[in-house]
Design a protein around this ligand. Structure first.
Ligand code: CO
Length: 133
């Protein structure tokens, strides 16, 4: 079911500073993109074999805000793994006793593709996003 790593997401307190750091090392860095429905502003760093997603809180109820309260220097927030079929992934997670966050149904993620998140307590403490590719 898992095909590969789509991206590693890092929550940052200063998006411009973080983007500049990767740019200075020669990476391809996107312009910031506001995603109000997700409560984040994102910058994508495109690498040869994967991407890094820099996340910064946007708006009042951002899911990133509490993470940055607990991790004031920022930190790795989630990994995103690619799957062929998100409905099949949801079923397999359920069969394995892994809880899916929210109502358990896939949502449209930051790349406009169907995603779901597994509960970190069911994944060795790591927040894992699954994205249909
Ligand atoms: Co992500």
């Amino acid at each position: 079911m898992i095909k590969g790593l789509n991206h590693v997401a890092i929550a940052v307190t200063d998006l411009a500073e973080a983007a500049a750091r990767y740019q200075a090392l020669g990476a391809t860095v996107s312009a910031p993109q506001d995603l109000p429905e997700h409560g984040v502003t994102v910058v994508f760093i495109t690498l040869d074999n994967t991407k890094i997603e820099l996340l910064h809180p946007l708006g009042e109820a951002s899911p990133i805000a509490s993470f940055l309260d607990r991790n004031p220097s920022g930190g790795i927030h989630h990994l995103c793994l690619e799957v062929d079929d998100i409905a099949d992934a949801a079923e397999k997670l359920g069969e394995s006793g892994i809880r899916v966050l929210g109502d358990g149904k896939p949502k449209t993620g930051a790349h406009g593709k169907p995603v779901l998140f597994a509960h970190p307590k069911d994944f060795q403490g790591a927040l894992i996003e699954f994205e249909e590719e």
